[in-house]
Design a protein around this ligand. Structure first.
Ligand code: 5GP
Length: 172
């Protein structure tokens, strides 16, 4: 059966917001470089689009994590499937994530990255669902605050589908 998806943010709205985030990050990191750490796979589209909108020097790395649990609920126990390729010692790290939901994944990840001797670790999330939060996570840059709904597109999947939608939608 075909899933019915309603548009939450159009491609134009998402790209316009990412451009604004890029400008804000460029101002905040003026005179420095920023080391983007994109979280696979959901944040790949967002990481690439954001990187193009940042005007200070950018380096990139990716990490893959999964949380034990079923596909729609995270458990709080996080496993690193692919670690960073390069050390982050002395770098200004900006973690780029698709969505902060319960906060379980990011709470673990920020804690883990915070122990690796970087100059700073900040977080940029395209989407933020504060209503669902179980663990306190400081989101330094937020694209959109959204209600408690399951969203897809722009990197976000439902059973690995819909990551390639250029907009953000809600499965009805
Ligand atoms: P958290 O640990 O904050 O609960 O969950 C983070 C991860 O759960 C995200 O990186 C994402 O993979 C997944 N997730 C949470 N909410 C949604 C959603 O609405 N749609 C999709 N596709 N994934 C979600």
């Amino acid at each position: 059966m075909k899933d019915k998806i309603s548009v939450l943010y159009t491609e134009e709205e998402v790209n316009a917001r990412i451009k604004e985030l890029g400008e804000e990050i460029s101002r905040d990191y003026a005179g420095r470089s920023v080391h983007l750490v994109g979280i696979l796979k959901g944040a790949t589209f967002f990481t690439c689009e954001l990187a193009k909108r940042i005007t200070v020097p950018v380096t990139l790395d990716f990490m893959s994590v999964s949380s034990y649990g079923n596909s729609t609920e995270s458990s709080g126990v996080v496993k690193i499937n692919k670690d960073l390729d390069e050390p982050i010692e002395g770098l200004d790290v900006l973690v780029v994530e698709d969505i902060v939901d319960t906060g379980n994944t990011l709470s673990y990840l920020l804690d883990n990255l915070g122990k690796r001797g970087s100059a700073s670790v900040k977080l940029c999330a395209l989407l933020n669902k504060p209503e669902r939060r179980l663990k306190d996570v400081n989101v330094d840059y937020t694209g959109f605050i959204i209600p408690d709904a399951f969203v897809v597109g722009y990197g976000l999947d439902y059973a690995q589908k819909y990551r390639n939608l250029p907009y953000i939608g809600i499965i009805e």
